[in-house]
Design a protein around this ligand. Structure first.
Ligand SMILES: *Cc1c(COP(=O)(O)O)cnc(C)c1O
Length: 378
């Protein structure tokens, strides 16, 4: 057994920085005994809306529900097609089949790992009702040509912002914020996300005020007045305790995202200094983007052997994602085959997510990089 360990994420170190503020916030909710859709959720919704510069933010129970509620609010239904990436967390595609529609995939860019807008445009058919870009690992998909193109064709843009709260993109003197560009944006507050709760949670943001009423009704069983139902919705709320915790953590998020960026820059520097670039490709930040490094995902030679070696040294790493969405057994009826999305498939074979979190120490990164050096030079 190695005598020291490096996890991919250490939430305890983060809690140590905010313990008192969190306890105070949770205690306030406990004293109020108001747990569902109370003042904390309302205040947090307003804070998220102002952070992203959108008129609408609606809390819900998870990022997955945010996606499902978004497609429900847009009335996406059986027979419709929704275009997204084959390279993401499962929920990005499952929300589409949950509402009865068909996921259509568009291959990714090998540098940024996000779907390529050109490929998306090629997949549009008369059945296309929505497109879901995923700002994967914390950097935005360029939406400046996609958004107007979709708008002109009446196709909705639903951003999957689960991994990118706080990511921005500079477009010709303007700042675009992840979750603030499309018709709808879907945020996850799963505990491992950059803005994580201490349990499940999610939120839908929207640039369209006309969708607010519908979203708020859908999260309470489709009712507009208690016990009166115009539509069939679901039960999906962000609770007061999580909202109170998230309000505390939102105040620190910019600082924490900046610390992640510094850690990412240090990895890239250490790889170069160690002469590892022959075997390792660090993630690429596209021009104009401010990547918030929800994950730090490299491409590397001999991925599985490297991962096993690091594990034997006490260093954890993860594979996001080992199997592309189009190849998942549950989607076999969609008729996709291996080879359909070569860039995504190649990434699933050589990607490796290294430890990254705001409190990651310089000496831990040096330890990891020297272990990688030992592996490749042996
Ligand atoms: C985490 C995640 C989700 C789902 O969020 P949950 O809160 O876990 O339901 C959706 N899409 C992406 C890209 C994610 O990373």
């Amino acid at each position: 057994m190695p005598d020291r360990r490096l996890p991919t994420l250490d939430l305890k170190r983060n809690y140590d920085r905010v313990r008192n503020e969190i306890r105070e916030a949770v205690d306030k909710v406990l004293e109020s005994q108001h747990f569902i859709l109370g003042p904390e959720v309302k205040a947090f919704e307003a804070e998220v809306a102002s952070t992203l510069g959108v008129p609408v933010a609606v809390g819900c129970a998870s990022g997955t529900d945010a996606l499902i509620l978004s497609l429900m609010a847009l009335n996406v239904r059986p027979g419709d097609e929704v275009i997204t990436t084959p390279y993401s967390f499962f929920a990005t595609a499952s929300c589409i089949t949950r509402v009865g529609a068909r996921p259509v995939f568009a291959d990714i860019d090998p540098d940024t790992y996000n779907f390529k807008v050109d490929h998306v445009l090629e997949k549009i058919t008369p059945k296309t009702r929505a497109v879901i870009p995923v700002h994967l690992f914390g950097q935005m998909v360029p939406l400046e040509t996609l958004a107007p193109e979709l708008r002109s064709r009446g196709i909705a843009l639903v951003e999957d912002t689960a991994q990118a709260f706080g990511a921005v993109r500079h477009v010709g003197g303007e700042i675009q914020r992840a979750g603030g560009v499309g018709d709808l944006g879907c945020i996850s507050f799963f505990p491992t996300k950059n803005l994580g709760a201490y349990g499940d949670g999610g939120m839908i943001t929207s640039t369209r005020e006309d969708l607010a009423k519908n979203l708020k009704s859908l999260r309470v069983h489709g009712s507009t007045a208690t016990y009166f139902h115009d539509t069939v919705g679901i039960n999906s709320r962000l609770d007061e305790i999580q909202a109170a915790i998230l309000r505390v953590r939102l105040r620190h998020l910019q600082e924490w995202n900046e610390e992640r960026r510094q850690a990412a820059a240090r990895y890239a520097l250490l790889f170069r200094e160690a002469g590892l670039m022959e075997w390792v490709r660090p993630p690429v930040e596209a021009p104009g983007n401010t990547h918030i490094f929800h994950q730090y995902v490299i491409r590397c030679e001999k991925r599985d052997a490297l991962q096993a070696y690091l594990e034997s040294e006490g260093i954890s790493s993860r594979v996001y994602y080992p199997l592309c969405l189009h190849l998942q057994p549950c989607f076999s009826d969609l008729g996709y085959r291996e080879g359909d999305f070569p860039e995504a498939e190649a990434l699933s074979r050589d990607c490796l997510a290294l430890p990254i979190f705001p409190e990651l120490k310089e000496e831990e990164q040096e330890w990891l990089v020297s272990s990688m050096e030992a592996f490749y030079r042996k």
